[in-house]
Design a protein around this ligand. Structure first.
Ligand code: MRU
Length: 365
């Protein structure tokens, strides 16, 4: 998608520099557009941990390339098998909630046909990572093709007036290599001439909605309004939201879904106001090994400093400032779990899937 009219992916390898991976540093957006070079598995770990690369599919793609960089790090003295297994374990340990990370890293690890040659390991891991990246792009495009049907129906039901979508966090192209899950149908609706408006909830504490989703939508000229996380229930009560759309970091077999903290409250408000809540999510974010969310999906707990401090632009500089009394305790779960009963459906690349075990097992494999 575009930044100031120029096309980007959130992660890529430049053909002239195959020994490193490039990402758009999401921790600096929207204040500064910076491209970061990742040269080792450790660089990838740090980028994922610090949210320079974030969002479930993008984390998976980064982890996959982390395996390729781990292969490039080997010398003739390295024990190849041990090194690559250690790298996989290390990368997977970085962030626990998005299943895409372990899924992608494991897929790359299993692409290694034998551990005899460093060059061959590098070639095979690079190929597998490239394929994962391309497949995520294709999945998002297909999610767009299925999701737009819902927006078309809503537009028709409203006799041609604008479709109001509410989203939380960032499930746009930055989170997904390209297109985005939530944003793919939005961009397609725009291209088809369907008027759309997006309510973007700020997404405390790291403000991915305010910082990233607004940035993406502005660059694509999509009408949008930033609201506080606390505003969303009122908007729904007032009839100002037609559909709630978010991404997901991991969906269990029964349809329970983990996503950015605060998603559960939006789902509850949507349910109470009879507003459909759909999750736009690729099959790579389903974890069919777990039967339900609570107790099975690991919920990341992050540095309380993310709650105690905020970051923004002051006098042209990215500045961090404390928002409460010094010494205040804070708790910072990064994700919550929305039970399947509050979800209307999953918009996947394989079609719209009902939030129950039978439908999920039928469509997702
Ligand atoms: O902590 P983050 O910013 O990685 O959390 C990301 C989200 O919760 C996204 O909404 C989710 O990964 C879906 S991405 C399509």
């Amino acid at each position: 998608m575009r930044i100031k009219g120029r096309s980007y992916q959130s992660i890529w390898i430049d053909p002239g520099e195959p020994e490193n991976v490039k990402i758009i540093d999401q921790a600096r957006l929207p204040f500064s557009l910076e491209i970061k070079k990742l040269c080792s598995a450790e660089d990838v770990y740090d980028a994922i941990y610090s949210l320079s690369v974030r969002g479930a599919p993008a984390i998976g793609a980064a982890g996959a390339y982390g395996m390729y960089l781990a292969a490039l790090e080997m010398s003739s003295a390295t024990r190849y098998r041990e090194h690559m297994h250690n790298a996989a374990h290390y990368l997977i340990s970085c962030r626990p909630t998005a299943v895409n990370l372990s899924w992608a890293v494991t897929k790359v690890l299993s692409s290694i046909s034998d551990y005899g040659s460093k060059d061959k390991i590098a070639e095979e891991t690079r190929k597998a990572a490239d394929e994962i990246c391309q497949a995520e792009i294709d999945r998002c495009r297909e999610i767009g093709n299925h999701g737009i049907k819902l927006l078309r129906e809503t537009h028709k039901r409203k006799n041609g007036s604008a479709v109001n979508i509410l989203t939380h966090c960032n499930a746009g192209w930055l989170a997904c290599v390209d297109y985005g899950t939530v944003t793919a149908p939005v961009y397609m609706a725009r291209d088809e001439g369907i008027p759309v408006h997006v309510w973007v909830s700020e997404t405390r504490p790291r403000n991915q909605g305010a910082r990233l989703t607004c940035f993406e939508l502005a660059n694509e000229n999509i009408s949008h309004t930033l609201v506080t996380d606390n505003e969303c229930g009122l908007l729904m009560q007032k009839g100002m939201v037609d559909i709630v759309l978010t991404g997901s970091d991991r969906v269990a077999r029964n349809g329970d879904s983990a996503n950015k903290i605060g998603t559960y409250l939006k789902a509850l408000a949507a349910y109470d106001n009879n507003i459909p809540y759909y999750i736009a999510v690729p099959s790579s974010s389903f974890d069919l090994s777990i039967t339900e969310g609570p107790g099975s999906i690991p919920l990341e707990e992050r540095d309380p400093g993310e709650v105690l401090y905020m970051e923004g632009l002051a006098d042209g500089k990215i500045t961090r400032f404390r928002i409460c009394e010094a010494g205040t305790d804070a708790l910072n779960h990064a994700f919550d779990i929305t039970p399947a009963r509050l979800i209307k459906g999953f918009i996947t690349e394989k079609g719209i899937v009902k939030p129950d075990e039978k439908s999920i097992l039928e469509k997702i494999n």
